[in-house]
Structures are given as C-alpha cells and as structure tokens.
Write a protein that binds this ligand. Structure first.
Ligand SMILES: N[C@@H](CCC(=O)N[C@@H](CS)C(=O)NCC(=O)O)C(=O)O
Length: 159
C-alpha cells in the first residue's frame, strides 16, 4: 500500500474513489432522513408488516411508500450499479500506468457525473439532466475498461 501511494495516479484514484464511495454511503442516511421527515416509518415488505398486524387496513399503513423515500432508494441503487464498477475498473486502470493528466480527467469527470446524477435524481430535475450525467459516468468507466483490456492485450501479444 505504501509503495502504491508513491504513484501519483494511484493517489488520485484513491482520493476520488473515496469521495464517490462516501457519497454512495450517504444515500443510506439520506433515505433515513426522508423516511423520518415524511413520516414513512414503515416496513419495506408486506410480510414484515403482517408479522406486526393482522388487520388489512393497518397492514396497508405499515407498508406505505413515499415518493421522496423511493427516489433516494432508486438513486442509491443506481449508485451501486455505477460506483462499484468504477472502483473496480478504476483500480485496474490505475495499475496500467496511464498518463497522470488523462487519468485525473477520468476520475474527476466520473465523480462530477455522479454528483450531478444524485442532485438530478433527488431533486427530480427535468430530463435529460439525469440521463446525460449517468451516460457520462458510464462512458468514463468504459473508457478506463478499454485501456485496461488494451494494455492486457498488448502485454499478451508482446510476451
Ligand atoms: N438500472 C437502470 C439502468 C439504466 C440507468 O441507470 N439509467 C439512468 C439514466 S435514465 C437512471 O438514472 N436510471 C434510473 C434508475 O436507475 O432508477 C434503470 O433501470 O434505469
């Protein structure tokens, strides 16, 4: 780890991966905040509610959903679909010895795209704000994946 930290690209990867992972982790507390402030202190599944009440009307109340809570949950799910691949691919990419300026651009663009995606999702901004920010993040990860695969291919051909 100490010798990896001497590498400029790995240091910036670690920094931006940490930022975007903290952002992902904060989606849980944000969902909890919406649950509390929108008074949706309900169960997620009907069977959980059934364990607490047998009355149909009461059961319905116990599984009540709220648009803000669901929005935060969907955003959290989307973060998992995008950020986990970024961290995995980004780690391999950092190990390919890319140009530091180009690598930094990839990391920054990805982090910005996810921050914009979160704001667009949670605040229900009009499309294509969310779609575009998601697409930019995806392109960035795919670009890094391309470099990883290309580097491996060259390594196999040369050796
Ligand atoms: N699992 C995603 C795949 C496509 C995707 O991530 N689309 C972006 C841009 S439209 C999005 O924000 N989808 C909403 C979501 O995942 O809840 C979906 O079902 O929509």
């Amino acid at each position: 780890m100490a010798s990896l930290m001497e590498d400029e690209v790995f240091r910036s990867f670690a920094k931006y991966a940490a930022i975007v992972t903290v952002k992902l982790l904060l989606m849980g507390p944000l969902t909890a905040y919406y649950r509390i402030t929108r008074k949706v202190l309900a169960f997620a599944n009907p069977e959980d509610a059934a364990a607490h009440s047998s009355k149909p009307e009461e059961k319905k109340q116990l599984v009540r959903t709220n648009e803000d809570v669901e929005r935060a949950r969907r955003c959290h799910q989307n973060d998992l679909e995008s950020i986990v691949p970024f961290v995995l691919v980004g780690l391999l990419y950092a190990l390919t010895g890319p140009d530091p300026a180009w690598a930094l651009l990839h990391f920054r663009v990805f982090v910005c795209s996810r921050l914009v995606h979160t704001v667009a999702y949670v605040m229900a901004l009009p499309q294509p704000s969310r779609g575009l920010s998601w697409a930019v993040g995806l392109m960035t990860t795919l670009s890094m994946a391309h470099t990883v695969i290309h580097t491996l291919y060259l390594f196999i051909v040369i050796s």
